[in-house]
Write a protein that binds this ligand. Structure first.
Ligand code: FES
Length: 110
């Protein structure tokens, strides 16, 4: 297992190229938190349960690499703010080798 490269644009528009480990069962929300790319308390509010949408991201490259949305993710995004066609919940995106090169923008909070 090895690290994958992700490109994450923060809420201030700064682009960060980060490495994420595929062997720690992390999700994208946790990667964003671990690199402190969003203020504490404004991301991962529900702890990754698909119940808050604070981890919402817009996928700008690599969406074809992602698994289909689950029912819980779909339901949460149907009532969240700032939702676009390319919105996903970061906590529902698992870090695997399949998503190497994914590019996202962190959605505004809330
Ligand atoms: S952390 Fe709450 S929905 Fe993802």
């Amino acid at each position: 297992m090895q690290d994958i490269n992700l490109k994450i644009t923060d809420r201030n528009g700064a682009i960060h190229e980060v490495l994420a480990p595929t062997d720690m069962s992390m999700n994208l929300m946790e990667v964003i938190r671990s690199y402190e790319l969003a203020d504490e308390g404004t991301i991962g509010v529900c702890g990754g349960m698909a119940m808050c949408a604070s981890c919402q991201v817009y996928v700008i490259a690599g969406s074809e690499k992602l698994p289909e949305m689950g029912d819980e993710e779909d339901a949460m995004l149907s009532e969240a703010f700032h939702v676009k066609d390319n919105s996903r919940l970061g906590c529902q995106i698992h870090i695997t080798e399949d998503i190497e090169g994914l590019e996202v923008i962190i959605a505004p909070y809330p």
